[in-house]
Design a protein around this ligand. Structure first.
Ligand code: DX5
Ligand code: ZN
Length: 215
């Protein structure tokens, strides 16, 4: 079954609880939470206090995407505030294996991601340690960007590597996904779809339903 993970970055923050209730009720399985530190990416978004506060709004899976340097410093804090999946950037960790292991030890699902200009070979050594691989299909740091079409090849390559090694990690795709290109991402091998602006621009519940029909 394919999963939709709306990115809260494009939600209306003054009514975050209502936005989450709407996507939950409409059938989105995950909630994608983008944490930015102003270092790994230029922007700063939100962190632990916000996640802790919205945890009571839904029982859905909290899919936390850390765009921060040396995330190992904070994985326990994110676990404590309710993350179910923690995704770290291969480019941001001095010791990737130790970071993924620390997440696993906390009882949270570890996931790895890579920037559009980072080759698949960079994450290959860690595929046996993760429950999910996130393919960034825009340069991380902001919502509302255009999907990079070469990401589809990356998804296919990762899917092939996982299959060849009999690994069962999910493949998530994040950035510029809309109802016109979601099918191509799924056909390439992704099974978890992040969508920010395409969900929260307009009627979020209606948009979630449209996505789910296509998935
Ligand atoms: C980008 C974030 C994405 C972003 C997606 O840095 O990781 O999750 O919010 O937004 P859209 O779907 O608008 O590209
Ligand atoms: Zn994200």
């Amino acid at each position: 079954m394919n999963i939709l993970s709306p990115s809260l970055l494009s939600a209306d923050f003054k009514k975050l609880g209502e936005e989450i209730a709407a996507i939950d009720k409409a059938g989105a399985e995950y909630v994608h939470i983008d944490v930015m530190d102003g270092q790994f990416v230029p922007n700063i978004s939100y962190g632990m206090p916000v996640i802790k506060s919205i945890r009571s709004c839904t029982k859905r899976v909290f899919d936390v995407h850390l765009m921060i340097d040396e995330p190992i410093r904070y994985v326990k804090d994110f676990a404590d505030c309710g993350a179910d999946i923690i995704t770290v950037h291969v480019e941001a960790c001095k010791d990737v294996a130790a970071t993924l292991e620390a997440i696993r030890q906390l009882g949270v699902k570890p996931a790895i991601t890579l920037n559009p200009d980072t080759p698949v070979s960079a994450i290959e050594p860690y595929l046996n340690q993760v429950d999910m691989v996130l393919v960034m299909s825009v340069v991380p740091g902001a919502g509302g960007q255009k999907f990079i079409p070469e990401s589809l090849d990356k998804i296919r390559r990762i899917k092939k590597l996982l299959d060849e090694n009999r690994l069962h990690a999910d493949i998530e795709v994040d950035g510029g996904i809309n109802t016109d290109n979601v099918r191509a991402a799924l056909d390439a091998g992704a099974n978890i779809i992040v969508a920010g602006s395409a969900v929260f621009k307009g009627d979020a519940a209606e948009n979630v339903k449209k996505f789910k029909e296509l998935m």
